[in-house]
Ligand binder design. Structure first.
Ligand SMILES: Cc1cc2nc3c(=O)[nH]c(=O)nc-3n(C[C@H](O)[C@H](O)[C@H](O)COP(=O)(O)OP(=O)(O)OC[C@H]3O[C@@H](n4cnc5c(N)ncnc54)[C@H](O)[C@@H]3O)c2cc1C
Length: 304
């Protein structure tokens, strides 16, 4: 727990971030979890995964931008990514973070900045998946999702099962026919808002998965945990939900054994494929989720 919290603390240190992201060793740190620094590398990974019948969602790395120009540059990077998705006919969505689109500047700016991307996704039959960040952004993010969904149906919300209010939010989104990605949650939250014990988070995840299977619109179950995957498959069978009516989502480079188990069983799997130079906070959250990854990092650093 101490190591996890330290890694999450370090993930927010901007000076360290600047130093790490410009390090010539960056590629060696990140290659297991990040497709590369350029769109070309991101698309190449999507193409390869798609050849193995795996769907993708592209993440142009970046968050907490501090100027309108940066937020607009993020939007343009995503518009370019969607153009490539359309040109290559890839079964890919895009995943964005509200703070990357200017949520820290203002809600109105963020909505206006995101709208052209959601419209572009609708035009090509893709979807914008709106990641959920720390709880301070939750209400604003749900308002953003609803505002986008009222104009184009091509958006997906994310709900974090570690939050106590998760069930109410899932019910409300299902009521509004908004698709949901369910994950456990990756940020450091106080016990007043989030279940502190893994057991309670897991229990809530499975409870919400059942709600989504019963009432959701093509739900996505984002987890690498076989103790979430298997009961969700059992629940789908019990509730008569067919394999094509939901999908699992996992992060690029994590638990390939569970990925193979799903694809060989004929289930839909979408991998979250991050690319870009701003890899540090994403990468540090992956380390915090599993500090044993530090060993992997050390091995790659000293391997020539
Ligand atoms: C597609 C996708 C989208 C996501 N979007 C969001 C989001 O919008 N907001 C948000 O807060 N969180 C998001 N997350 C992160 C999520 O909330 C969890 O922090 C993360 O997925 C770990 O939880 P788990 O369900 O895999 O279960 P865990 O119990 O944490 O892990 C289960 C097993 O998976 C493996 N594993 C998990 N993480 C790692 C890792 N980093 N490295 C190596 N092995 C690992 C381990 O073998 C572990 O035992 C997303 C996750 C995925 C897969």
């Amino acid at each position: 727990m101490i190591l996890r919290n330290t890694l999450l603390y370090l993930s927010r240190q901007t000076q360290l971030r600047g130093w790490m992201e410009t390090s010539p060793l960056a590629g060696r740190f990140t290659k297991r979890f990040v497709a590369g620094q350029t769109l070309e590398q991101g698309i190449a990974v999507c193409r390869k995964l798609n050849a193995g019948c795996i769907l993708t969602t592209i993440d142009h790395l970046g968050e907490n931008v501090t100027s309108a120009a940066e937020a607009e540059a993020s939007r343009d990077a995503y518009l370019e990514a969607l153009e490539r998705v359309a040109a290559e006919n890839l079964p890919s969505t895009v995943s964005i973070k509200p703070t990357q689109f200017g949520m820290d500047l203002s809600e109105e700016f963020c909505q206006a900045n995101l709208e052209p991307l959601v419209a572009a996704a609708a035009r090509i039959g893709s979807c914008v998946e709106i990641d959920m960040e720390a709880s301070g952004y939750l209400d604003r993010t749900l308002r953003l999702v609803r505002a986008m969904h009222s104009r184009h149906p091509s958006v997906r919300a994310v709900i974090q099962a570690y939050l106590r209010r998760g069930e109410a939010d899932v019910e409300a989104l299902c009521g509004d026919r908004i698709p949901v990605r369910l994950c456990k949650g990756a940020y450091n939250e106080p016990a007043t808002l989030a279940f502190p014990s893994k057991r309670d988070v897991d229990r809530n995840y499975l409870r919400l998965a059942r709600v989504l299977l019963r009432k959701g619109v093509y739900p996505a179950f984002a987890t690498h945990d076989p103790n979430m995957v298997n009961p969700t498959l059992d629940a789908a069978l019990e509730l008569g939900v067919q394999a094509g009516q939901f999908e699992f989502q996992m992060l690029y480079g994590i638990r390939r054994d569970v990925q193979n188990m799903l694809t060989s069983g004929g289930y839909r799997l979408r991998l979250y494929v991050p690319y870009g130079v701003a890899w540090y906070p994403y990468f540090m959250r992956r380390l915090a989720e599993r500090p044993a990854n530090l060993l992997f990092l050390a091995r790659n650093l000293f391997r020539h």
